[in-house]
Design a protein. Sequence first.
Length: 281
Amino acid sequence: MAGQLKPGAGPLDYGNRTWLRALFIGIFFILYMPIITLIAFSFNTDKRGIVWRGFTFDNYVKAMTNDSLIEALVNSLVIALIATVIATIIGTMVAILLWRFKFPFKGAFEGFMALPIVIPEICMGVALLLFFIESGMMNAVVGLVWPFNLANIIIAHVAFCFPFVAVVVRSRLVGFNRQLEEASKDLGASEWQTFRNVLIPFMMPGIIAGALLAFTLSLDDFVITFFTSGPETVTFPVKVYSLVRRGVSPEINAASTVLIVVTIVATVIAMKLQAPEKSGH
């Protein structure tokens, strides 16, 4: 119609702009090209891993037969599994506490619980190191039988992982219908039966997603692990860092690629479980 003003572009219309699409492509290229390069050079035949000379799977064979790398990887997996179980239990209980109950200084407690999420990792690593030294735990675990010599690292990982679990589970509980709980009690179920048969199944996607997130964070952590690990305990990220200082080899790239794949798989599963359920109506 003549004289009618043309409506302006809305927020969702800017994806059609060529310059904005080019900007997004450039950002993703800068962020992910180093990872793609690392994965590509894990198949490189060059021993120094600097110049591409050919394709091979030998680097993965060498990485899998390197006893020190395997030992470090097993340590990281054991730490991640134990820390995930403990952090998931604590985080779930904290999420229920914050969702269901009112108590004095609840806001302060909630903010204090979020500190491991917001403070720099190096500050938390130094704080945990001082705590372990002053309490005598740093020397107490030295010489213990595996995996008890990993106790310091496990405690440290639980300390920074459980808030993430609590946040994920609490976000799941926001959508819980209290009428389901009341209906269960009206039908004769006890508090524990209602908790086991009604609340836990509803929380389960959030619990699994939080556990996978905690597992990923624990498996990849370097800074806090570097400060809290003893002289006889080496995790995979710390081992890779010690090798990288002498030069990046295809063997290190292969081992790092395996860790990246494990992390991506765990993250994708966590995101799928956190996705809102599709309604059939």
